[in-house]
Design a protein around this ligand. Structure first.
Ligand SMILES: [Zn+2]
Length: 102
């Protein structure tokens, strides 16, 4: 069952949706991730083709980890706000605020 309302007259703007997906795809930059220690990818120094977060610039080893840590899936367009301020940046700001109070 889908939660999407069916459009009997098919008035969706497919061109706008395609343009949005294209813009999202353009912001996703593959980048080499280097293992900082021995891990599931191999010994320390192993290079894996990963993704760079367009907001904070951190490189993650795959799209799934980019989604978990930054809120951005490189393959599925989502919230445009995460392109300039990701979840990781929010968490770091909260941590800095908490540490400043301590
Ligand atoms: Zn990020």
């Amino acid at each position: 069952m889908t939660t999407e309302q069916l459009d009997l007259f098919d008035e969706r703007d497919y061109d706008a949706e395609a343009a949005a997906k294209g813009a999202w795809r353009d912001r996703m930059v593959p980048a080499d991730w280097v293992a900082p220690y021995d891990c599931g990818y191999g010994p320390a120094g192993t290079v894996v083709s990963g993704w760079r977060c367009p907001a904070c610039g951190k490189v993650e080893p795959n799209g799934y980890i980019l989604l978990i840590n930054h809120g951005i899936d490189p393959h599925i367009p989502g919230d445009e706000g995460f392109l300039t301020e990701c979840i990781s940046m929010d968490l770091r700001a909260v941590r800095a605020t908490v540490e400043a109070r301590a």
